[in-house]
Design a protein around this ligand. Sequence first.
Ligand code: GDP
Ligand code: MG
Length: 763
Amino acid sequence: MKRFALAGNPNSGKTTLFNSLTGSTARVGNWAGVTVEKRTGSYRKLNEKIEIVDLPGIYSLSPYTSEEVISRNYILDEKPDCVINIVDATNLERNLYLTTQLLEIDVPLVVALNMSDVVRKNGDKIDKNELEKKLGVPVVEISALKEENLDELMVKSLEISSKKRVGHSIIEEGPLSHLINDVRIAFKGKNVENPLFHSVKLVELDELEKESHPDLVEMVDEFKKTFKDETFGDDFEALIADARYQYISKNYSGVLVKANKEKKEEGEVVLTKSDKIDRVLTHRIWAIPIFIVIMFLIFHFTFAEGLFFIKTNITNPGVINFFTGMGYEGMLEEAGGVAEDVVLEGIPSLGVFLQSWMGFATGSLIDLFRSFMPEGAWYTSLVCDGILTGLDMVLSFIPQILMLFLFIAILEDSGYMARIAFILDRAFRKFGLSGKAFIPMLTGFGCSVPAIMATRTLEDEKEKRRTIRLMTCFSCGAKAPIWTLLAGVGTWAFGFGDVFVFTIYIGGIALAIIYALLLKVFSKDTYVSPFIMELPAYHIPQPKNVLAHLWEKLKHYVIKAATIIAASTIVIWFLKSFSFTFQFLLLPEVNDAGETEYILHIEDSMLAGIGRVFNYLFYPLGALPGGWTHGEDGWKYSVSAITGLIAKEDVVATMAELGLDETSIELNAAGVYSFAVFNLLTIPCFAAIGAAHGEQKGKEFWITLGTWFGLSYGTALLFYWIGELYIVSLVGGILVTLALIGGVVACGFIVTSRHKKSNAMNA
Ligand code: GDP
Ligand code: MG
């Protein structure tokens, strides 16, 4: 078996190539930091099985970011049989900077010129043979996205993987090359592998190199004394970088022949389609409003009970019922299977329509089971009131969650998500927040676990901590069922379910920004990571990618439902069905009509006992009528919030088991928001705790858990009382709001002025 590694700049298409070669569905992202860890898969179309390793995206092999260190160590220490250097042909010169460094390592190397479909479409041409001759390694033109020429790439790679290659440097003449050569001889004398690579790095006085070869540093310094450069003085790192760029611009500017060259020479700027779209979507002023509108439309189409807020008043003609799916929920319980009367006040969005039908399907399944099994038996209760009720709730949200992810996948695959980080960076850099930290956070819209892992790309320790702690502000997929359920409640509590969900997502971003600013001010920390990002050309999302993405989501969701969620529902069922003395609480009772009914005396259960204790803890978050901790149902919400710490889907699963659904939830707007905000910001799930523990040790980890809990508790408290005491807060709220705005502005000023000061000091 052979091992090939994919190395290249962020956004050059490594992950796309990896997926095409291995048939895997790793996440293709439009930004750096999505692939933080290396990932492996196998290619089986050749006689020999080949393992493919997708390395994180890098611009260079210096030791400054963890991606660079991971990739560099992998190539040097694990010695893959071949490195496939994937190069974005539309950005040839910048991409070749990394290539010039890979050339110095003694490893078989192939250059895969990716995005050749784009080059072709622009009418440009690349002189492949010329490039091959100059680099001295094979070059294959491919399109990872359209799967063009991939077989040829693999055949070529396999062919050269069995030949040895000795690294060569592009710095071939002049005193600098003599210097490098002298150091190389010293390395060779010590029998170090990859002498050329190490010698260049040692001349650069690279941190990693100095650490591993302290004995040679003195010698290099001695050699350097004979060397003088007027521009760079003794900054050898800059000197070598400059040599690379000069070499590239001298040798490769002719390799790419642009179709629109003539026009360009006349001084006319030729805009590609992508540039034109970007003129609108990343406009200085309109970018953020456009982003907000796009987000709103997504939630509107997924969660709105009345599309475009058009009012209708349609009462149950069967056809309408059929086309909306509404009124059929629990139809089997209705006499003769006739749908109940519903008044349709608006045209439901596709998401609501699908959810109604899904709810009907899963609800009917429970009824079916119930009709077969003996009434009142403990196992009927376990299956129907426990497992199935919880799963029904979780599974009935699948259509809406898939729709949401479909939209997010489209934004991501088309290239728009990358712009969001760029836009947010531009808006908040002044306040000391960097787009580099937004990237893991935007990943958090999918799942906090990879998002927390992606914080590894942040060099600054404080920024990394802050990003992990504020991750929960970005609502992950598992929280979506909670919003879906509350959207239904929101519709009658205060009008619009889609607006509710929209405010949760956008409000989460706003909260993250406010808290980040506050944390920055308190920690007196003004560092802002530099943020370099490729904005890939927009393209129509590939159905294959988007579907693969959705399939992964669906699989993940269903597997989670079948394992963690199902296990939790059993535990919850046990705790709610038995008393502390292990008495089964589902007891027969004769009602007024003389029929035997089984009633669960849940108020005597272990769960109620435990829940009441937690309810004291949460009491301030919803103490008045309409609040979630208030009254007889209060402990049920508290228990649900607690089970949500295991996995967020457990919140709705537990609520369902405790009989809280769209019709029985009696919360007002402040209550809904308080409950929502608590669940949004609190500890996400066991898996996320594990991920945080992987990134942070000891005290820092506990502070993270404390921050998650403290922020969620504090913010829910604030929301609840501001919302609830609106008369008092009409005055108080305005004051608090003004104070908050004042605070944010003041923070902004402090940070900006400090920023300026430190800039002035640096200058
Ligand atoms: P990575 O950061 O190197 O892993 O890059 P990705 O695989 O995430 O790809 C970045 C972007 O480039 C995605 O939007 C891909 O769809 C797009 N892309 C990748 N390969 C090609 C290609 O051959 N042609 C075109 N047109 N787009 C591509
Ligand atoms: Mg990638």
